[in-house]
Ligand binder design. Sequence first.
Ligand SMILES: CC1(C)CN=C(N2CCN(c3ncnc4sc(CCF)cc34)CC2)S1
Length: 518
Amino acid sequence: MAGFRDEDKRHFPLQDIKSVVELFRSQLSCSVEPNLALLSVTLGYIENVLTNNRALNKVDSGANLEPIFPVVELAPVEALYHKFVCQIKGSVDLSLFTHGVATRDLVKKVSDVIWSSLSRSYHTDRAHLQSLYSYLTGNRLDCFGVAFAVVAACQVLGYKDVHLALSEDHAWVTFGDKGAETAEVTWHGKGNEDKRGQPISVGVAEKSWLYLYGFPVQCTRSMEVAAMVSAINPSIDSHTDSIEMASLQQELLWLLYEMGHLRKYPMALGNLADLEEIDPTPDKPPPIQLFHEGIHAGKVYYNNQHVYPYTYLGGHYYRRGQFKDALHCWAQAANVIRSYNYNREDEEIYKEFLEIAHELIPNMLKSVSLSTLQSPALSPASSTDDSSEKSNGRSTPVAVPLSPLLNDPECFAYLLQLYDGICQWEEGSSTPVLHIGWAKHIVQSINSFSPQVRSKLNILLIGDQGEVLKDEEEEEEEGEKDKDKEESKTEEKEEPKKGRGRGSKGSRAIAKGKGEKN
Ligand SMILES: CC1(C)CN=C(N2CCN(c3ncnc4sc(CCF)cc34)CC2)S1
């Protein structure tokens, strides 16, 4: 694996965002695959300068201290790259391994080399530990960074078959013919024994979200570049982001988007959409389109087993006050999680649903109730008919109608689908999901809706082919008829009830407001 080629060197010294984008463009455009180690060192170097809140790299522009983009010389980047190459080639005796595709022993050996060179103790969940710059200058990597470093090291050793596999909260590698083999190369979460060297099969069999039912993002080299760009962390501290670093990430994600490398990467599309929501780039597709492209990718390439595309969009609608659309997204997210069994390593997605149910939805219900109370039509001071004021000197209490959201049966149906999905997630799981705190919020949320709406609900039974099996009224009418027939009917053996959950032919219920169009 050679270092920077001449056409790459001409971009140095990097002076601004544009020069970094052009370096990435030339690395991604040429016939030889992009050099993961070189690009990761370059990004890590820039991130380190722009997010270290040392005053020295800031120019006092009067109003506030503006960090200036660092000048990145070729020499220090190439020096760090060669340090990586020497360490990897010096630790792996390739004569012990077959040429061509990698073996499990090779992958495990590379993982051991990275693992054993990490510093003894450091906080692994800190920021800026994702790049090879962090590894080479501080011997520290987070769990994603270890997996990425293993893939970059295998690239240095000449193995083109070793690739990064990404779930929504874990990373591992694929290798061998057609990338058919899998191996753990890093740890996951806290207090879990690492399974490095083992294939992924058990996690998939357990139906845990962490392994996405065997539908992870299988990266190409360009998607591994997208992963390192997605992993950029612009935060200087918990309250401040480096504008330059966020802007660099945004422009690199647009480069990758335009080259088609985000097409099968829902989370990177979500990252770009979030950045665009904060600071829109002129003449680019709007965030809403990117979020929907992420959902579409999840459906087309990953059997709709990914949850984050729906919670990315749900968060976007929530922040814009489009609460019905947010509820619909969260119901669809729950519809994905229902097919999994909860496992102790799935805490991240548990926390996601907990925040939706215990913070976002209560805040939403509170805010729509408050806005109704404060709406001009209702506040006595501004009411047109102030006769009540004159007659008894006190305004007569005005019956406060519930906000449209709380009168909308579809919103109520989405709320029920959200909770039903979480309940089904728990069914058959080794670890419980719900506790009494959930019940409190479920009752509070359901009670926020008007009694009328809650009575208007109509459950349509939809078969696996999408046909309407029957709705409640039909069911009631049939119930009447059945009673009449019961006497005459001889006992017949009932069809065994079809199971529920993934892959079963069981019907599913769709809750709609009465009289809704189908
Ligand atoms: C809807 C959300 C809560 C917003 N941000 C989210 N994420 C931020 C970005 N994330 C990611 N973005 C790109 N690629 C990856 S690979 C991976 C698993 C560890 F390797 C995580 C992740 C994780 C999820 S999900």
